[in-house]
Design a binder for this molecule. Structure first.
Ligand SMILES: Cc1ncc(COP(=O)(O)O)c(C=O)c1O
Length: 385
């Protein structure tokens, strides 16, 4: 049955499963000096080289973490603390960040006295470079704007934003969790302006859950969040997860080697999905940038529906999708991303995200298109609670 929630997590690639399971039966802490330890270290370092090469970084610029959330927290809190030690107290973030960034930023305001400036997006969720230019001051500790949005799929003008931050002498971090493996994400900027720090996560690109990395340019040294054994340039302590890292590298290699071809295939499938949803439910509204969007993302508002109700009705038909936004303690909240884009609360609550990935096929679309109109009809009858 159709799995249309690849943005939440995507199945592991066969290459990643093989690489990871190949290590699971072995012993060895990569920090140990004996032969099993040295073997584990070799696996970790070869994986680091693969990941670095795929994302335009040097091996020493790859800091392994437990995933995207940890890498975001390290970048935001660590760069803020580093900046504050130099008299910089302002944090500039886009208003459409994932909670891993946004809540870290709010925490800094509440507990550390940071002055937070949230950049408002346009109606497609895009941050205009001029908006960042106005917010940058001499006392800005960091700028953080995601590469592509996890809810509506809008791709940000990262190069222009990075250039502005660089001109102002401010470290620029981008959460590239949704973009890595799909777009040309590079720490070296690919010849253009380079970001200082990038977050990536293995399970969004065909690797295992629970591992990710902060790609951190040389000379950018956030204050550590985790203290302990001093692993990873002393920036992120903790015993490295050799099997997961091996699986991560294999997924990165596989995903990035066929990236362009896979993006073209997904974009065509997504455009077909969008056209067929619009034909099946004519008043459905596509959210996010119509052009600069992730190839696997289709995000709609269905007026008059509760997104959660629609999700459960489709789930009952074996179709897995998402409202795109987190629900706190079981209570559906309108998404902060959609509200920041200017959607009314009712419209934001009636939203669903269909996200495609490497296992998606044209056959996935037919059950959705058949199930959607009756589900929308039923959800509308139930109305907004
Ligand atoms: C944009 C973005 N950032 C961060 C995360 C968190 O990553 P992880 O699940 O690896 O902690 C996610 C996952 O939903 C995401 O989509």
């Amino acid at each position: 049955m159709p799995y249309l929630d690849h943005a939440a997590t995507t199945p592991m690639l066969p290459e990643a499963i093989a690489a990871m399971t190949g290590q699971l039966g072995r012993v060895g802490n990569p920090s140990s000096l004996h032969a099993p330890g040295r073997h584990a270290r070799r696996v970790v370092e070869e994986s680091r080289e693969i990941i670095a090469a795929a994302f335009g970084a040097r091996p020493s610029e790859v800091i392994f973490t437990s995933g995207g959330t940890e890498a975001d927290n390290l970048a935001v809190k660590g760069l803020y603390w580093r900046g504050r030690a130099q008299g910089r107290n302002r944090v500039v973030a886009s208003a459409v960040e994932h909670h891993a960034v946004l809540d870290a930023v709010h925490w800094l305001a509440e507990h550390e006295g940071a002055e937070v400036v949230l950049l408002p997006p346009d109606r497609h969720g895009r941050i205009a470079p001029e908006t960042l230019a106005e917010a940058l001051t001499d006392d800005t500790a960091l700028v953080t704007v995601m590469w592509a949005n996890n809810e509506v799929g809008t791709i940000q003008p990262v190069a222009e934003l990075a250039e502005l931050a660089r001109a102002g002498g401010v470290p620029f971090h981008s959460d590239a969790v949704q973009a890595a493996g799909v777009l040309d994400v590079r720490l070296d900027g690919g010849g253009g302006p380079a970001p200082d720090a990038l977050t990536i996560s293995a399970h969004k690109l065909g690797g295992p859950l629970g591992v990710g990395a902060l790609l951190l340019a040389k000379g950018v040294d956030p204050t550590p969040v985790l203290h302990g054994g001093g692993q990873e340039r002393d920036v992120r302590s903790g015993t490295l997860d050799t099997p997961a890292i091996a699986g991560f590298a294999a997924a990165v290699e596989a995903a990035t080697s066929r990236r362009e071809e896979s993006a073209r295939r997904l974009a065509a499938l997504r455009d077909d999905l969008i056209a067929r949803v619009r034909a099946a439910v004519p008043d459905a509204v596509l959210n996010g940038d119509p052009v600069d969007r992730l190839p696997g993302n289709a995000h709609f508002a269905f007026p008059g529906c509760e997104g959660d109700a629609l999700l459960m009705l489709l789930d009952a038909q074996g179709i897995a999708c998402s409202t795109g936004s987190a629900c706190s303690a079981g209570v559906a909240q309108p998404s902060h991303v959609l509200l920041a884009m200017g959607l009314a609360s009712e419209q934001a609550r009636g939203s669903l995200r269909f996200s495609l990935g490497h296992t998606s096929t044209p056959e996935d679309l037919t059950p959705l298109i058949e199930a959607l109109p009756p589900a929308v009809e039923r959800a509308r009858r139930a109305g907004l609670t």
